[in-house]
Design a protein around this ligand. Structure first.
Ligand SMILES: [Cu+2]
Length: 65
């Protein structure tokens, strides 16, 4: 299932890596694609949307959509 999130505060490659790692801890099979210029994070996962959003927030980034 493909999920798209709008995530604020990703300023560099390290942020992308932190978000990707947080999602993969939750779901090692997850596919993560990040477009930092668009604040967009696309995740292919069977995990519920709320769980993915919570993992991103725990890393310190705001999920606004
Ligand atoms: Cu960064």
């Amino acid at each position: 299932m493909n999920q798209t999130f709008t995530v604020q505060g990703m300023t560099c490659g390290h942020c992308e890596k932190a978000v990707t790692t947080a999602i993969k801890i939750l779901d090692p099979q997850a596919q993560v694609a990040i477009d930092r210029a668009q604040n967009r994070v696309e995740v292919t996962t069977e995990q519920p949307r709320e769980a993915i959003a919570a993992a991103i927030k725990e890393e310190g980034y705001d999920v606004t959509a």
